[in-house]
Design a protein around this ligand. Structure first.
Ligand SMILES: [Zn+2]
Length: 252
């Protein structure tokens, strides 16, 4: 029985690898990413909740947009003070962004009592709207990218950002800005690693895939978050699809 299973897996390995490669090439070079392939260079703002979100969730999009020549900015709404290591984590965030290619002066770290790091902390949505809108206006952002309503990991701080960005979009005050949300996949796809690339290419138009060199770059950036590198995060960066592929949905 076991030998039959191993034999079957062995026979499936090559077709699976070919399928992944074909989908990778399709997504990387042929799919239409409205976000980055439509006209002039943009100022793109990533809105995150904690130092390390930029690597753990958004690295494929950050690296792809930088490669296309867009200016990438990041606003992180907390310094990640859950374990009282906020000051260390601020420095780690700057180092991580530098390794990704985001300039330190393009990074804004908010240190505000209303937005304390922690899943039990309810962030003030109107306060978030004010802070995010002020950054959008200051950098003259063309596109804004954040979490969707499930927050990828379900973290309450991620979900609060999603609510705030939806509120900004609904207000129509910034009607020249495009808003995108990072799609939260189910638990099976989340840990399919690069094998999720074919699935992502089928179901999404706005998809970003990291090349092998970019995957290494995002691992190096993640290693800047020394205070966070516990064993399960080391597993995460190998198995999480978000280190290899991002799929975004535009708010319309
Ligand atoms: Zn987070």
């Amino acid at each position: 029985m076991l030998s039959l299973l191993l034999c079957t897996l062995n026979e499936l390995a090559l077709p699976t690898l070919i399928l992944v490669c074909v989908c990778f090439i399709y997504v990387k070079f042929a799919s239409v990413n409205r976000l980055i392939r439509s006209g002039p260079k943009q100022n793109i703002l990533f809105v995150t909740a904690h130092p390390d979100d930029e690597c753990m969730f958004f690295a494929p999009t950050i690296l792809s947009t930088l490669k296309e020549g867009h200016s990438v900015y990041l606003v992180c709404l907390s310094k990640g003070d859950y374990d009282n290591q906020g000051d260390v984590r601020k420095k780690e965030l700057i180092a991580s962004c530098s390794r990704l290619g985001v300039m330190p002066n393009h990074v804004t770290i908010v240190d505000d009592e209303r937005f304390k790091d922690g899943p039990e902390n309810e962030w003030d949505i109107d306060g978030l709207v004010d802070r995010i809108v002020s950054v959008i206006k200051r950098i003259n952002a063309d596109s804004v990218i954040t979490f969707d309503s499930s927050g990828v990991s379900g973290h309450a701080n991620h979900i609060a950002l999603s609510k705030a960005v939806v509120k900004i979009h609904m207000s129509k005050e910034l009607n020249t800005v495009s808003f995108f949300m990072l799609h939260s996949s189910n638990i099976v796809r989340k840990y399919m690693s690069f094998l999720d690339i074919p699935v992502s290419s089928i179901f999404n138009l706005t998809t970003f895939v990291s090349l092998p060199s970019e995957i290494v770059k995002s691992w190096r950036a993640m290693s800047a978050h020394q205070s966070q590198m516990v064993w399960f995060r080391k597993l995460y960066i190998v198995f999480s699809r978000y280190m290899y592929v991002n799929t975004l949905t535009e708010l319309t």
